[in-house]
Every structure is written in C-alpha cells, then in structure tokens.
Design a protein around this ligand. Structure first.
Ligand SMILES: Nc1nc2c(c(=O)[nH]1)N[C@H]1C(S)=C(S)[C@@H](COP(=O)(O)OP(=O)(O)OC[C@H]3O[C@@H](n4cnc5c(=O)[nH]c(N)nc54)[C@H](O)[C@@H]3O)O[C@H]1N2
Ligand SMILES: Nc1nc2c(c(=O)[nH]1)N[C@H]1C(S)=C(S)[C@@H](COP(=O)(O)OP(=O)(O)OC[C@H]3O[C@@H](n4cnc5c(=O)[nH]c(N)nc54)[C@H](O)[C@@H]3O)O[C@H]1N2
Ligand SMILES: [Mo]
Length: 786
C-alpha cells in the first residue's frame, strides 16, 4: 500500500478492482465501511457480484482479463472531460517530458521489439535531451511529442463502445463509474484504488497495476490521505517477506541480486549498474555495503569488496521465478527442493504437470504444520505411482504463528510484533529456529573445508547466539543495523555508510530498533492526526505512513485540502511538518529547484505516467493467453513480452473447444491451499466441498441443476465438482458474441477433513513478463454434467 488501512476512511471514492476485501480482508474492511459511513462511494469492479459488490454503491461487471481496457477508457474519459488535476500533473508527473523520436506505437506494438527474444529495446523509449543532458519539457502540455499528448492519443482509442464491447460492462454503469471516480480529480478530493490478485494474476498483471497508478496520478490522488494505489496483501506476512528479499531477484530492501554478466564481475561495476545518478536510490551503495557487512561481519572488508563475491549470482538472462523452477524440475535440472510453508500441488498453476515435474527431484524437504498434497505428492491418492517415484521426502514439523514470536508486516507496511501465545507441540520448531540450526550445522560441517561453497558458509557472520535457539533480539538488532565498531544501533538509514563501518540487514527497516526500544512493539494508540498513529508499531520507511506525502501539498507546500493535511512547508521553522513523517528532504524549501519533485525514488522526482515496463511505457490491452475474442484494439492477441516456458508444461486451449471463461478466487471460510482450514473441523464443516459457480443461463443451457456433479475441463485437465447455480455470474455481451463466465475457489485438495478437486489442475502455466505471476484469473474451459 502507498497508504495504510486506517487511511482508507478519508476517501471520497474507493474503487475496488481485482479484489474482494469483504471476503478476503474482512476485518480491515471496517475502514472501507467507515469511509462509506462518511459519505464515500464504494465502487466494485469484478467479473462476479461479490460480497464486496454487495456493500458497494456501484457494481460493474467486467470480463476476466480486461482491466486495462476498463481503466484505459476511464483515462480517456478523464482527459476528454478535463477532470484531471492539472497543476499536479504538470508539476509532479513526467507529463511535460518530450519523448525521443525513436519512440513509436502502431497496431498494438511499441518500437524496439525483437521477435526472437520477445523483448523490447527500451532505450528507444527515452526522453529527448539537450546538449547538457537535460530532458526537454513542455509545461503547457501542448507539444504532440510530450508524454501527456502521447498518453492522450494512446487512450483516445479506448472509447466507451469499444471498451464495453471488450469488458462486457453495461455502458450506463460504466459511465456512472467514470463520473463518480473522475470527480476525485477535483482539487481537495480523494479517491483510492484497492487491488489484489484479480489485478495481478494475468499475462498483463503488472500493467494492470501500472494503469491504476496512471489514473491516480492524473487525478492527483497519490500522496494524499484517502488516496493511493493500495495492494491488499495476502498471507499474513507476505509484505514482510518480500521486504526481506523473498523474490529471487531481490536482496532485502528491494535491491538487485547480482548476475553473472560482465559488468557485475566487480562490486564496483555492479553498484554502478544498480545506482542511478539522481534520486534517492543514489544511496544504494550505502545500503548494499551495510547489508554485506551484516551478512559477513569481519569477513567483509574493503579489500574483498565487502564479501560481494560470496553472494550467489543469477545466471545472466535466466529467470528463477516459481514457474521457471518447475520447468527446471521438469527438465531434471534441479536435484532438490526445500519448501517452507508452501503447497504448490494445490496452489501452483497446471498443478498435475507440476506434480509430475516434482517426481524428477532426488529429494524434497517440506517444512510445514501438516503433511500436504505436496509433501505427499508421491502417494497413490495423489494420482502418482509410488513404485516409480524415487524422490526422498523429508518432513520438518513447523510451529504455527501462535507458537512463536516475531514480527509480521501488514499491507500498510506496519511492522507489528507478535508474542508467543502457546508453547509448540511435539518436535515442532519455529522457521527461524530451523534456519538457524541449519546454518549452524552447515558451518560446523564446512569449517575445515575451503571449497567455494564452504567459503561462503564459513564467511557468514551469523551471530544470533551460541545455541540452537536463536536470540530474536539479536536478529532484530541485525535487521536494524548498528555501528560496527561501537555496536551502537543506527537511528535512521540516512546514517548508513558505504565504507563498511555500519551494518543493516534490511535498510528499509533501519530505525525500527534504536538503542533501547523495539518500535515494532509500540502500542500507543493516540491519534495525533489523520489516523496515522505514529506511535503504534513502526512503518517502513522511517515510520512514514503515507508514501509520497510531499504530493499532499501544493506548489507552495500548502495542503491541497484542509481536511486532508499530510505534511506542509512551515516557512518560519524552515522545514516540512504535519501529521506524518515527511517523505521528502525535511529542510528542502521553495528556493530549492527540487521542491516540487515528490516522487523521490524516481531519478527525476516525478510520477511516471511514462515508465519502462517490459511490454511498453503505456499499458495496452492484450487478450489473456486463452481468450474468447479477437483483440478489439489491435491485431496483437497476447502481450508481446510474455515469455513461454517449458512447452510441455503448458497446453493452450482454443475457444472453439473451450468456449467458457473461467476464473478462480477465495472464500472467507478457507485459507489458501486449504491445508490449515481443511484440517479444522468447524471450518471444514462450513464449506465442505469443491463447487463451481455457474450462471442460471448456463445451467439452463447445459441442463445442470443445483448440486449436480459437473465436470470442468480445460486444455490441462478436468475436475469434478458440485454445481452452484447463482445470479452472481451473468453471461457477457461482448462485441460480437455472448459468452459464459464461471468461477471457482482454489482451496481444495485430497487431504484433510474437507476434500475436493483442485482448481489448479485447470489453470495455465504462463504469466506476466515483469513479475512472472501465473495467469490464474482468466482461462478457457468447458462444463458438462458428470
Ligand atoms: N479468507 C481468506 N482470506 C484471504 C486468503 C484466503 O485464502 N482466504 N488469501 C490471502 C491472500 S494470500 C491473498 S493474495 C489475498 C487475495 O485477495 P483477493 O485478490 O481479494 O482474492 P481473490 O478472491 O483471489 O480475487 C479477488 C477477486 O478478483 C476477481 N477477478 C477475477 N478476475 C478478475 C479480473 O480480470 N479483473 C478484476 N478486476 N477482477 C478479477 C475475482 O472474481 C475475485 O472476486 O487474500 C488474502 N486473504
Ligand atoms: N488458482 C489460483 N491459484 C492460486 C491463487 C489464486 O488466486 N488462484 N493465489 C496464489 C497466491 S496469491 C498465493 S499467496 C499462493 C499460496 O500458495 P501456498 O503458499 O503454496 O499455499 P498456502 O496454503 O498458503 O501454503 C501454506 C502452507 O504453509 C503452512 N504453514 C502455515 N503456517 C506456517 C508456518 O508458520 N511455518 C511453516 N513452515 N509453514 C506454515 C500451511 O500448513 C500450508 O501447508 O497460491 C497461489 N495460487
Ligand atoms: Mo497471496
């Protein structure tokens, strides 16, 4: 989230698109209800009428996989009707930048495409510069080659008829949403966009989110209370784990993992590549070196490039995302797999094939609360042949969240401490303990060896206590960082150094543990202004609650709205003050040329209407991998930057054979792959079987009655489930045809108390070219009575 949960109450309009918080974030939904009580308008955009839709003032149906068309049309409406926040757009975004002549767009394709690699040469999309390397600008926004005019031209193609012919939305409802949400462009008004997996799980997932951000920048909705682009995050600590480098291409604090490329051979070369010349990221060398110092302690010196060479490097050009790992297993390139709390046989795409891929492993370690469909993938019940599967599975029992202490970071970036509630049962251990014990055993095993692998392990500092139970306080201090000599805790990441004199395990969290207080444990719920609760927990970065809050004030540093005071420039004191920690240099005043550059993580400080994504600087509608119609906007069907993985893993279905659109989603009563909830008797009883929601119209066509057993088939396989006939889905009237749309939960598997078919037997093994998330939310199928 750019903002945070409590902040939602300040919105005049809340557009929930690609999420269903009433069901999946029901407690936090309180803040949405509060906004509605204050007169805020809730808009729900979803292929089916959800529990969130039920709470909404306006509900619009959209076919799965058409968010870019939907929002593209809204952008067109906002620009045509001049609803955008002009002063904000001119000064705080890159709207005025003149784009290089090499940039072009025609029939769904941007310039610079290489068909062989399915990649773009992004250097063709840069900005025009003068002899001194300054970007040329037209603050009047009239130049036909400025970002604003190119954006306008791009989305002028997204007229209401074409859009609704693609999304299947009723035109009147669509116009109502354009008006209601567009009205937040007025100075002083606020609109927020809430999204989750309905937006991301697509071959255009990243650009879906980008287009929400573009709309928000145009309306001046970023940086202000009640605004923002807000990701409603998933697993209780998915925010924390991504912050700490969970993703294969990140180290803690969203910095890059080095590669085997020529430039990365030296630490200096690597830093040069990842450090821009301007903007806040110019500090990356300080954060990176402090991280290496934290990893390697005295073994990180200026002479050995701070231990940079101990870090594993990604094979240049290779991708280690979830789907590509399964491809590698399929090709027998991987011998072993360690899984901490993960059940891909239920949760991964095209899961039957993934299961087959796993049987190529020599060994697998499952760290979990239960034996899952995945750790038992070799059993007969799983559809395998145990006599043929040679994988050795090792199970390590893990503690549940209540049985251990530590912090969890919520969607609003608040790091909150949880104390242990009960002692673990049996041999179960906390994940932290398991990793700690593993590290200690490896260090013991390798201590007399000097192989490259041993060198890395031996170099690890790993000072979390001299026994098998790690001292969590030492872990916290290590994350925060300290002065290497004096061992004094660092107060802010502004104090980190690039000379090896400081440590920081994860720079964005530096400051949560100053000398004597772990701020994640703070529980002072005094509201000192705008419900930012600055003394409750710790929010990264720097305890800042709303990101980019400099943009909540105008060109003189005065709040755009007196009801939504974020921070403001206090001329008498010569600094930024207000209800939040300033997301800006505190004493940068009106005489500083960068005074009106709020987006400090960008090299130019401006919000990026035009950005270097893998498939182009402006989001463009492409159809899902499996789709019911020809693309109405161009002759290009699929996102041209999508990478195809292992072919054998990914059969593609055709509309002629699979004429029904399908999507997958969650229920309040179950959690994820269902391992935890399907093993809890009362939850298993509430929703005890796999079902598929189908419209009354489709049921009639197929002669299906409520609770009939039906078979859903896709190009990947078939599943059997009960039919739930519902008004929540309606047939879609698209440009030239009417198409049925169904939906189903993905929580079931064959283990536990409540069992049922796994939806992911049907889903395609393909995804977004930026994030590599699978396209779980839009695919084709057929339905028949069992
Ligand atoms: N009770 C419960 N709560 C949970 C979870 C759980 O399993 N159970 N899981 C947690 C996790 S890990 C996550 S990531 C979050 C996910 O939270 P959500 O993203 O809210 O979860 P979903 O229900 O998968 O998807 C949301 C909605 O997207 C809609 N949708 C499908 N296709 C499209 C599309 O193309 N465009 C748009 N705009 N919408 C579409 C679906 O109909 C669905 O209503 O929930 C978290 N909360
Ligand atoms: N079709 C379809 N598929 C999807 C999605 C979708 O919307 N549609 N959503 C995707 C999303 S957003 C997500 S996040 C993934 C989730 O996919 P997974 O992460 O594979 O699914 P979970 O059920 O969350 O797996 C969690 C496992 O962790 C165990 N566990 C719980 N607590 C702990 C603990 O403290 N320590 C350890 N070691 N284990 C623990 C549980 O028992 C369980 O077996 O699924 C994805 N799959
Ligand atoms: Mo998730």
């Amino acid at each position: 989230m750019t903002n945070h949960w409590n902040d939602l109450q300040y919105a005049d309009a809340l557009m929930v698109i690609g999420a269903n918080p009433a069901e999946n974030h029901p407690i936090s939904f309180r803040w949405i209800s509060k906004a509605i009580e204050k007169g805020g308008k809730l808009i729900s955009v979803d292929p089916r009428y959800t529990r969130t839709s039920q709470m909404a003032n306006v509900y619009a149906q959209l076919r799965s996989g058409t968010d870019i068309a939907f929002i593209g049309g809204m952008i067109n409406y906002v620009l045509e009707n001049e609803l955008y926040h002009k002063e904000y757009v001119v000064n705080y975004t890159n709207a005025a930048n003149i784009v290089a002549d090499s940039f072009d767009f025609e029939d769904g394709m941007f310039s610079g495409y290489d068909e062989k690699t399915r990649k773009y040469d992004k250097t063709q999309w840069g900005f025009k510069k003068d002899a001194e390397e300054n970007v040329l600008k037209d603050p009047t926004l009239q130049d036909p080659r400025c970002v604003f005019q190119l954006l306008k031209k791009h989305y002028s193609r997204y007229d209401i008829d074409t859009v609704c012919g693609v999304t299947g939305t009723d035109k009147e409802t669509y116009l109502e949403i354009c008006k209601t949400y567009g009205a937040t462009g007025e100075v002083g008004k606020a609109g927020t966009i809430l999204y989750a997996m309905g937006g991301t799980q697509h071959t255009t997932g990243s650009q879906n989110i980008r287009i929400y951000a573009i709309l928000q920048l145009l309306l001046g909705n970023i940086g202000i209370a009640g605004g923002g682009v807000n990701a409603l995050r998933g697993e209780s600590n998915v925010q924390g784990s991504t912050d700490f480098g969970l993703l294969y291409h990140n180290v803690p604090g969203y910095m890059e993992v080095p590669t085997t490329s020529e430039g990365d051979r030296t630490y200096k070369g690597f830093l040069e590549r990842i450090t821009p010349k301007t903007g806040y990221k110019t500090n990356f060398p300080k954060f990176y070196t402090s991280m290496l110092k934290s990893f390697y302690g005295d073994n990180a010196t200026a002479e050995n490039e701070f231990g940079y060479h101990y870090l594993p490097k990604i094979d240049d050009g290779k991708n280690y995302s979830f789907m590509r790992l399964f491809d590698a297993m399929y090709r027998k390139e991987l011998e072993g797999l360690i899984m901490f709390g993960s059940n891909p046989v239920v949760g991964g795409p095209n899961s039957f094939k993934s299961q087959a891929a796993m049987s190529n492993l020599k060994w697998m370690v499952a760290v979990d609360l239960f034996e899952t469909e995945t750790s038992a993938f070799w059993q007969k019940e799983a559809g395998g042949d145990p006599s043929k599967i040679q994988t050795e599975v090792i199970f390590l029992p893990a503690c549940a969240s209540f049985e251990k202490e530590g912090s969890v970071t919520n969607s609003g970036r608040w790091m909150q401490y949880r104390w242990q509630a009960i002692k673990p049962k049996g041999e179960a251990k906390a994940d932290l303990e398991i990793v700690h014990i593993l590290a200690r055993r490896l260090k013991e095993m390798y201590k007399n060896e000097s192989t490259p692998a041993a060198k890395q392990i031996n170099a690890l500092y790993w000072a979390y206590g001299d026994h098998d139970h790690p001292d969590i306080d030492l872990v916290c201090r290590d994350i925060n960082g300290y002065d290497w000599k004096t061992k004094q805790q660092i107060k802010t990441f502004g104090d980190l150094k690039d000379d090896g004199s400081t440590t920081a395990g994860c720079w964005i969290y530096t400051g949560f543990y100053p000398e004597n207080e772990n701020l994640a444990k703070r529980r002072d719920n005094t509201n000192e202004g705008m419900s930012n609760f600055l003394n409750w927990s710790f929010a990264w970065p720097a305890n800042r609650r709303n990101l980019y809050n400099r943009a909540s004030a105008d060109l003189n540093g005065k709040p755009w709205s007196k009801d939504r005071v974020g921070i403001y420039w206090d001329a008498a004191q010569g600094k930024w003050v207000g209800n939040d920690v300033p997301d800006f240099v505190k004493d940068r005043g009106p005489d500083d040329p960068a005074f009106n550059s709020p987006f400090i993580m960008q090299t130019d400080g401006k919000g990026a209407l035009f950005a270097m994504m893998n498939e182009g600087p402006f989001p463009e509608h492409y159809e899902p991998f499996e789709n019911p119609m020809d693309n109405s906007f161009s002759s290009i069907q699929l996102n041209p930057a999508v990478q195809f993985g292992e072919k054998a893993m990914n059969a593609q279905g055709d509309f002629s054979k699979y004429p029904i659109i399908a999507t997958t989603y969650r229920l309040s009563e179950h959690w994820q792959s269902g391992v935890m909830t399907r093993n809890v008797p009362w939850l298993a009883e509430l929703v005890n079987n796999m079902f598929v929601e189908i419209s009354e119209e489709l049921a009639k066509e197929k002669g299906i009655k409520e609770k009939d057993k039906i078979i859903v088939s896709s190009a990947r396989g078939e599943i059997e489930a009960y039919a739930m006939i519902t008004k929540r889905f309606k047939p879609y009237k698209l440009k030239d045809k009417t198409v049925h749309h169904i939906g189903m939960p993905w929580h079931f598997g064959y283990k536990g108390i409540a069992t049922g078919a796994t939806a992911n037997r049907l889903t395609p093994h393909i995804g977004d070219p930026n994030s590599h998330i699978p396209e779980y939310k839009a695919f084709l199928c057929d339905v028949r009575r069992a």
